[in-house]
Design a protein around this ligand. Structure first.
Ligand SMILES: [Zn+2]
Length: 128
């Protein structure tokens, strides 16, 4: 992962942790699955199940924010993160996989920094 992005995220969040790294990776995955332009124009609504550390990573990567409703928190979400493209009516549901055996919580930031997307997440693309 890009060092500059990590530095920017740590400054924004106040510390480096596994959760923040998850948020960054989720944001980068979403950028890969959607066009960046859609995020800039607020054509995608991001819903996060957690309001904890990962949300800050999403904010840093995608520029989404709770105050303009591009980022919503919903503890009842049926996946960990959901991206809804208003224009193309495409939904991507992202689910976190379990940490691999032997990776402790303390090592998780490193794991989430280095692992392939497929090792961290599974995702479903729903076209309407
Ligand atoms: Zn944190």
């Amino acid at each position: 992962m890009d060092e500059k992005l990590l530095e920017r995220a740590e400054e924004f969040h106040g510390h480096m942790c596994g959760g923040l790294t998850i948020g960054l990776r989720t944001g980068l995955l979403a950028q890969k699955l959607f066009s960046e332009i859609s995020f800039r124009n607020a054509e995608i609504i991001v819903t996060s199940k957690t309001s904890a550390c990962p949300k800050d990573g999403l904010m840093v990567v995608l520029g989404v924010r709770p105050d303009n409703r591009t980022l919503e928190i919903n503890p009842d979400l049926d996946c960990d993160y959901k991206f809804y493209d208003i224009i193309d009516e495409k939904t991507v549901k992202v689910f976190m996989k379990e940490l691999p055996e032997g990776v402790t919580r303390e090592q998780s930031a490193k794991f989430y920094r280095e692992a392939e997307d497929e090792a961290i997440f599974r995702w479903e693309i729903i076209e309407e």
